[in-house]
Design a protein. Structure first.
Ligand code: KG4
Ligand code: ZN
Length: 343
C-alpha cells in the first residue's frame, strides 16, 4: 500500500490505526491513534535529564538519544495500544520544524517501518500536530476556533476553520514564549526546563510585585518577548535582593497578560466560537486559569488540553497524520527533514 498503491476506498478509515512518531526536539515519542481520534497509547520518553546539565537541548546529544530510544518506545506504544505489527495502518512522523538530526531519526525510522509493513508513510508538520492536540482532548470543539500555540520554539495565533485549514493571524517577532520562560529561569538560577520551574516559583510570589512591560499590548496580533527578558535582567541587576519568587510571578503575569489579550483579540477578529491552547507553555497554571476566566467572560468556549497533550507527544502526530492521509494521501518516500518548516 506504500505511496502509489494506497486506495482509501478499500480501507475503513474510521478504524485505521496510525502509528505516530515524534522526534523533533528532546522528546522521543510514539503513539497509536485509531481513526484520527481514539488514542490507544501514547509513550513519551523525555531527554530532559540528559540535557539538564547543559542548561538546554544539545542537538547532537538529542539525535543520538533518539536513535537509542526510538525502537523501544515504538515497541512499547504498539504493545500498550494492543496492536500487532501487521495491524498498523499507516506510519506518521514529524518532518519539521525541529532539529535536523533529531527529525531525521524519526523520519528515517517511519519510512523503514512503512516499507517493511507495506503501509503508507505520512510526513507531519509538528505545528499542525500541536493544533490537533487541542482537538484530540476536546472532540466537541465547535469550529472556527483560535488556537494559541505557545511552545519552546513557537508562539502563534492560528484560526482553524476545519482540521487542515488554518490561517496564521500573528506570532512572536523575536523569542518564543517558552524560550522566554527558559531564558529567564536560567538567569534566575531556577531548574531546567524553565517553564515549570517559574510556574512553581510563581506560586509563592506576588504577580503584582514588579510592573514588567507588556509589549505591543494595545494593537495587533503579533507579540514580542525579548524586551521583557531584558527588563527582568535589568531589574534583578538593580535590585539584587529582590525575591526570586516575586520576579518569577511578575514575569509570568506579564507573559500571560499579553498572551490572553492577543488571543481574545484574535478570536474577536475572526468571529471564533472558541479558544484552544496548545504547546508546552499551555501547561502553565496561570495561563490555563486566566484563559478560561477571560475567554469565558468574552463568550468563548475555552479548551485546555491536558498538560501531557500540550507538551510534545506522538498522539498528536498520529492524529494529524490520519487527517493528512485522508485529505492528501501518503507522502513520498523521498520526503526529508525540513528544520525550518512553517505552518
Ligand atoms: O511544546 P514543547 O514541549 O516543545 C516544543 O515544541 O518547544 O514546549 C516546551 C516549552 C519549554 O520552553 C518549557 O519551558 C515550556 O514549554 N513549559 C512551560 C511549562 N511547562 C513547559 N512554560 C510555562 N509554564 C509551564 N508550566
Ligand atoms: Zn512542540
Amino acid at each position: 500500500m506504500t505511496g502509489t498503491r494506497w486506495d482509501p476506498a478499500a480501507v475503513d478509515l474510521d478504524a485505521l490505526p496510525v502509528l505516530g512518531i515524534e522526534t523533533s526536539c528532546d522528546e522521543t515519542a510514539a503513539a497509536v491513534v485509531v481513526g484520527g481520534r481514539r488514542v490507544q497509547s501514547s509513550v513519551v520518553s523525555s531527554q530532559v535529564d540528559i540535557h539538564a546539565r547543559y542548561g538546554g537541548v544539545v542537538p547532537e546529544v538529542a539525535s543520538r538519544a533518539h536513535v537509542e530510544l526510538l525502537t523501544p518506545v515504538i515497541a512499547e506504544a504498539l504493545v500498550e495500544g494492543g496492536l500487532a505489527d501487521h495491524e498498523v495502518g499507516a506510519v506518521a512522523a514529524t518532518y519539521g520544524p525541529g532539529l535536523v538530526g533529531a527529525l531525521l531519526v524519526g523520519v528515517a525510522t517511519a519510512k523503514a517501518f512503512a516499507l517493511v509493513w507495506d503501509v503508507p508513510f505520512v510526513a507531519v508538520n509538528h505545528l499542525e500536530a500541536h493544533l490537533h492536540a487541542a482537538l484530540l482532548d476536546d472532540p466537541d470543539v465547535e469550529l472556527p476556533v483560535v488556537v494559541l500555540l505557545v511552545s519552546g520554539g513557537h508562539t502563534l495565533l492560528v484560526a482553524m476553520d476545519a482540521p487542515g485549514s488554518y490561517e496564521v493571524l500573528g506570532g512572536t517577532l523575536d523569542d518564543a514564549a517558552g524560550e522566554a520562560f527558559d531564558k529567564v529561569a536560567r538567569y534566575l538560577g531556577l531548574a531546567y526546563p524553565g517553564g515549570p520551574a517559574i510556574d512553581a516559583a510563581a506560586e509563592h510570589g506576588d504577580p503584582e510585585a514588579i510592573a514588567f512591560p507588556r509589549a505591543m499590548l494595545d494593537e495587533g496580533l503579533d507579540l514580542s518577548f525579548s524586551g521583557l527578558k531584558t527588563a527582568v535582567i535589568n531589574h534583578v541587576r538593580r535590585h539584587p535582593d529582590v525575591a526570586t519568587v516575586d520576579v518569577a510571578a511578575s514575569f509570568q503575569a506579564a507573559v500571560v497578560d499579553v498572551l490572553t489579550v492577543k488571543a481574545l483579540r484574535a478570536a474577536e477578529q475572526v468571529g471564533a466560537k472558541g479558544l484552544c491552547l496548545g504547546g508546552g507553555v499551555a501547561a502553565n497554571s496561570r495561563l490555563r486559569r486566566l484563559a478560561v476566566e477571560r475567554g469565558e467572560a468574552a463568550g468563548l468556549r475555552v479548551s485546555l488540553p491536558s498538560p501531557a497533550m500540550c507538551t510534545d507527544n506522538a498522539a498528536m502526530v498520529a492524529a494529524a497524520g490520519w487527517h493528512r492521509l485522508v485529505t492528501d494521501g501518503p507522502s513520498p518516500l523521498d520526503t526529508g527533514a525540513v528544520p525550518g518548516l512553517g505552518l
